[in-house]
Design a protein. Structure first.
Length: 339
């Protein structure tokens, strides 16, 4: 491996934000010759590829457009000891963030992956942007019981890590922070040696972070290691994102973040396996979603969080529709991703 860090960036018609994302990488204090950027493009028809070239990114084609196959393509070409997932609308906020992560991993060799602490919404990105950054989606919010940043949500799991970061330890069956994206960084050199028979598969590319946490029992997080998320999340567009996630979980589990994590949940993550069923009960009783909507609105001082209850029932109704289709032998695809 002749690079220190490989940044894998799935892209499709991302001219609105990709320059911000690339600029945040190129401003890092780590020597730029040690960083390679792989933009895995799904056939963009705007200026995405031209902008990527200006920042000396290597562009690879993704015939399937979706971000999950893009991850596998990126890993196949990665030359860095460390790999970082970064979407085209995710921006590092400080020029020392990558250097801090590398130093932290070197100082704590038992830790093989680092997640960002929190996501800050970009301005003017839509009514659902704050909810997307802080909750992800209603199912994720319920299952993981997110209470803001990683270190706040998982405070009870902090077990050390030194003065420059925190080590979060997890018992078997205990959920870890989500790390499928959000600029999660992991030791790719170690991964290939630890999972020699798995690392080349599509499903592994989607679940590499959770497999690392499962094997090592820990992950790392540095206080203040935040990113800004410029996700477009107007109300209607956010609903389409929710549909995308439901379809992937039900019809394409090998390419889904939660389904890939839950694939081993029956054996190694009993909490997640149970909570996905508790969500049905949660939605069936009207008061808890309403209470959570008010609680979130107060916590984040934003009336937009009151839409939590709407998102809950929208997801439930769409899950019911998809399950009916599946029972009838019909399939569903996510061809509209990125549009």
């Amino acid at each position: 491996m002749d690079k220190l860090i490989t940044v894998i960036m799935p892209a499709y018609n991302a001219q609105r934000t990709i320059e911000l994302a690339l600029k945040s990488i190129r401003m890092q204090t780590i020597p730029q010759k040690e960083i390679e950027i792989l933009v895995i493009d799904g056939g963009s028809t705007d200026d995405t590829r031209e902008i990527a070239r200006r920042y000396d990114a290597q562009i690879l084609d993704n015939p399937r457009r979706l971000p999950e196959p893009a991850k596998k393509i990126g890993l196949e070409h990665a030359r860095g000891k460390y790999v970082m997932w970064q979407d085209t609308d995710e921006v590092l906020l400080r020029d020392t963030q990558l250097e801090e992560r590398v130093n932290f991993l070197r100082e704590n060799p038992e830790i093989k992956c680092v997640v960002c602490d929190d996501q800050q919404p970009g301005p003017g990105c839509g009514v659902a942007t704050l909810y997307l950054c802080k909750c992800g989606d209603p199912f994720t919010q319920f299952v993981y019981r997110r209470r803001g940043g990683v270190l706040h949500t998982f405070a009870r799991n902090v077990t050390g890590g030194g003065k420059n970061g925190c080590r979060l330890a997890f018992q078997p069956g205990e959920p870890a922070p989500i790390g499928d994206g959000g600029t999660t960084m992991f030791d790719w050199e170690w991964v290939q040696g630890a999972f020699p028979d798995e690392f080349a598969s599509q499903q592994f590319a989607c679940s590499v972070y959770s497999r690392i946490c499962e094997k090592t029992g820990c992950c790392g997080c540095i206080p203040g290691d935040d990113i800004r998320h410029y996700a477009r999340a107007g109300f209607r567009l956010y609903l389409s994102k929710l549909r995308f996630r439901v379809i992937n979980n039900l019809f394409h589990p090998e390419e889904s973040g939660f389904a890939a994590r839950a694939g081993k949940a029956e054996k190694s993550n009993a909490v997640l396996a149970k909570r996905k069923y508790w969500f049905v009960l949660y939605a069936a009783t009207l008061l808890p979603p309403i209470f959570d909507s008010v609680r979130l609105a107060v916590k984040y001082r934003s009336a937009t969080m009151l839409l939590h209850v709407v998102y809950v029932y929208y997801v439930c109704i769409f899950i019911a529709i998809c399950l009916a289709k599946k029972a009838l032998g019909k399939s569903a695809d996510n061809a509209a991703y990125g549009v």
